[in-house]
Ligand binder design. Structure first.
Ligand code: GSH
Length: 142
């Protein structure tokens, strides 16, 4: 969700990647956020400016008004705690794990998992995240 004022939250993102999970979480929150795309193919994650954000040289990383949080699951937990009204603690992490786990055949397609992930796929925030990632991918930002 683009915002004309400088938003409090900034996601360092590559598309598609594990940071898509945090993009979904941000869409669920409905809070303004900015995105800085890190081009993994160009090695931007290893440039000094980004290593100062995340010394591991990985995406995602979140900047919340100067507080840096790294690791996708930690970012989702941090955002769930920071914006408790959204009532989202751990949902996006579990949902993403199930979606990606079944996609890569790492998890069995149990009817309960399939039904749950089908319901998740109907969430506007997840659809918005997928649409944004597809647009980023078309721009060649990955
Ligand atoms: N444990 C980290 C893993 C992050 C990660 O491996 N990100 C990949 C993208 S999917 C990355 O930044 N790779 C760049 C590289 O290894 O150079 C998390 O879950 O956030």
């Amino acid at each position: 969700m683009p915002n004309e004022q400088k938003p409090r939250l900034k996601l360092y993102h590559a598309s598609p990647s594990r940071s898509s999970i945090t993009l979904w979480m941000l869409e669920e929150l409905g809070e303004p956020y900015a995105i800085e795309l890190i081009d993994l193919k160009k090695g931007e994650q290893l440039e000094p400016a980004y290593l100062a954000i995340n010394p591991m040289g990985k995406v995602p990383a979140l900047d919340d008004d100067g507080i840096i949080v790294t690791e996708g699951a930690a970012i989702c937990c941090y955002l769930a705690d920071a914006f408790p009204k959204a009532g989202l603690a751990a949902d996006v992490v579990i949902g993403s794990g199930l979606r990606w786990g079944m996609l890569f055949k790492l998890l069995p397609e149990w009817p309960e998992f399939v039904a749950y992930t089908r319901r998740l796929a109907q969430r506007p925030a997840l659809q918005q995240q997928i649409a944004r990632d597809e647009a980023f991918a078309r721009q060649g930002a990955g």
